[in-house]
Design a protein around this ligand. Sequence first.
Ligand code: FE
Length: 147
Amino acid sequence: MQKTDEEWRKQLTPGQYKILREHGTERPFSDTYDKFKKQGKGTYHCAGCGAELFSSREKFDAHCGWPAFFDASKHENLKTIKDTSFGMVRVEVRCKKCNGHLGHIFEGEGFKTPTDQRYCINGAVLKFVPDKPEAKSAAKEKAKKKQ
Ligand code: FE
């Protein structure tokens, strides 16, 4: 997806623009982080292009102040880049579709998750889409009929 700088500025909030297009980082324990913690089942999409990136299944509480996932739900929509800014060697994670900066991946931190990886993602650039309740009740109906 190719957009001009002007188009991105129009589409995104200033905060989202700063993160996605200028490699910024939101402050920890922000309002979006509080919302993130309260969100139930659903999927997380790129605020720039709408591509699915993560789901509630990979979400965990890393107590770091930013949304954390131990894995992606759609690896094909993510790409990683070695990031040597600020005198550190980190792995940057971007949306593959719009090349927007999302956050970083850390590993080997000792979290009791299936991967021991932490996708540390800026909440402001994630769009949460809750699972449809009707899909859930339809599944329940199906289960009832089987009994
Ligand atoms: Fe994107």
